[in-house]
Design a binder for this molecule. Structure first.
Ligand code: C2E
Ligand code: CA
Ligand code: CA
Ligand code: CA
Length: 278
């Protein structure tokens, strides 16, 4: 239990997990939260490693709960997934991220893609492509400025994944594999999926300096991805030493506290405006 212990206890207690009444309460709170606009997005810049230019923004959802205060996604996404509410929440995130990105473009800020995390519940919906097409149409965002992040686990049903990803790439949106290295897939079968980018999970990046195995894994993922013509981004980059290692191994992009944490929209707009080389 961390500093925000109160939230952790409230959301993760045994009773919470076991009692259907509490589950219904959270489900109700989530639904109400969406209606009452208690959710908002932070955006974390993704940087081109060698130039330091911003090449993308990851949208990360936040919940300002009337009683619990600020709740981070790690504390409600799992329960939102369990209850199915993630579909409605995820649709809100998608539309808000597209709307905001288009708005920045209208203000004349440099155009970069926004990355949106998809949950498995959304990914397995039959009409996912239609829904995304509708949001793009409604917000006026060009598909090339939207990227979807899926995890390796979602590609386990190869037939479904291939079909859905083909439809999505035909629509013109980008696809990244999130938390890469923690799941099941092998690069040999990823080569058959229409994806554009791998995101190396931050658990490998964290110990690059101390753990030779992690260093070897990161170096191998970068090399193999490049052989398959995929871009690679490292997540959770916090130190100059990690950055140096990634640079040395020709990682394409980085995302992490070292260059920027996730930020509220107005701060991101300011950073985008001065999207100069680092
Ligand atoms: P993720 O997709 O792997 O997102 C990256 C997480 O790493 C974010 O946590 C971000 O704040 C954190 N992070 C970024 N840089 C650093 C760093 O340098 N060091 C460390 N220690 N952490 C860093 P966050 O925002 O709490 O989100 C946690 C997870 O919740 C996300 O992991 C994602 O799986 C999920 N999530 C967030 N927003 C959404 C959403 O809109 N929809 C869905 N389905 N899931 C979401
Ligand atoms: Ca992500
Ligand atoms: Ca990730
Ligand atoms: Ca992760």
């Amino acid at each position: 239990v961390k500093e925000q212990g109160r939230n952790d206890i409230l959301l993760y207690s045994e009773e919470w997990n076991n009692s259907s009444l509490e589950r219904l309460t959270l489900q109700h709170e989530l639904r109400q939260g969406i209606q009452r606009n208690e959710f908002f997005l932070h955006y974390q810049p993704q940087y081109h490693l060698s130039t330091g230019t911003i090449v993308g923004l990851e949208a990360l959802v936040r919940w300002r709960h009337p009683e619990r205060g600020l709740v981070n996604p790690g504390q409600f996404i799992p329960l939102a997934e369990e209850s199915g509410m993630i579909v409605q929440l995820g649709e809100w995130v998608l539309e808000e991220a597209c709307r905001q990105n288009k708005c920045w473009q209208n203000e004349g800020l440099p155009a970069v893609p926004v990355s949106v995390n998809l949950s498995i519940r959304q990914f397995t919906q039959q009409n996912l492509t239609d829904k995304i097409a509708t949001v793009l149409q409604k917000t006026g965002l060009s598909p090339k400025y939207l990227e979807l992040e899926i995890t390796e686990t979602m590609t386990m049903d190869m037939q479904h994944a291939t079909q859905s990803l083909l439809e999505l790439t035909r629509l013109g949106v980008g696809i990244s594999i999130d938390d890469f290295g923690t799941g099941y897939s092998s690069l040999s079968y990823l080569k058959n999926l229409p994806i554009s980018r791998l995101k190396i999970d931050r658990s490998f990046v964290r110990d690059i300096q101390q753990d030779p195995n992690d260093a070897a894994i990161v170096a191998a993922i970068i090399a193999m991805a490049h052989n398959l013509n995929l871009q690679v981004i490292a997540e959770g980059v916090e130190t100059a030493e990690q950055l140096a290692f990634l640079k040395q191994h020709c990682c394409d992009e980085i995302q992490g506290y070292f260059w920027s944490p996730p930020l509220p929209g107005d701060q991101v707009a300011r950073i985008l405006a001065s999207n100069a080389d680092k």
